[in-house]
Design a protein. Sequence first.
Length: 118
Amino acid sequence: VQLQASGGGLVQPGGSLRLSCLASGSFLRTYGMAWHRQAPGKRRELVAAMSTTGSTNYASSVIGRFTISINNAKTTVYLQMNNLKSEDTAVYYCNALLSTAAGYRDYWGQGTQVTVSS
């Protein structure tokens, strides 16, 4: 199983980006997917999470600006980021709780850089 994140880049303050993360390989079921971020010198933090039943959880700093969604096939998680601020600059990582024949566990993507700067 692999998670491949994409969509990062350089954007000006107030701009928008959409991150995508595709889960591929042999897995049986998706339980939930999420985005985390880690800024230089800081700990990794949860940005947004979504269960496959539709419940969501957001960091307080992104409420009203970011939206997480999962496609119908439950293989791809998106993060729509609007009104970006300099403090959103970080490496963004996706993760997914998936089940395989061996059981279920968390899988992580490789990270995608988001830089908000004028």
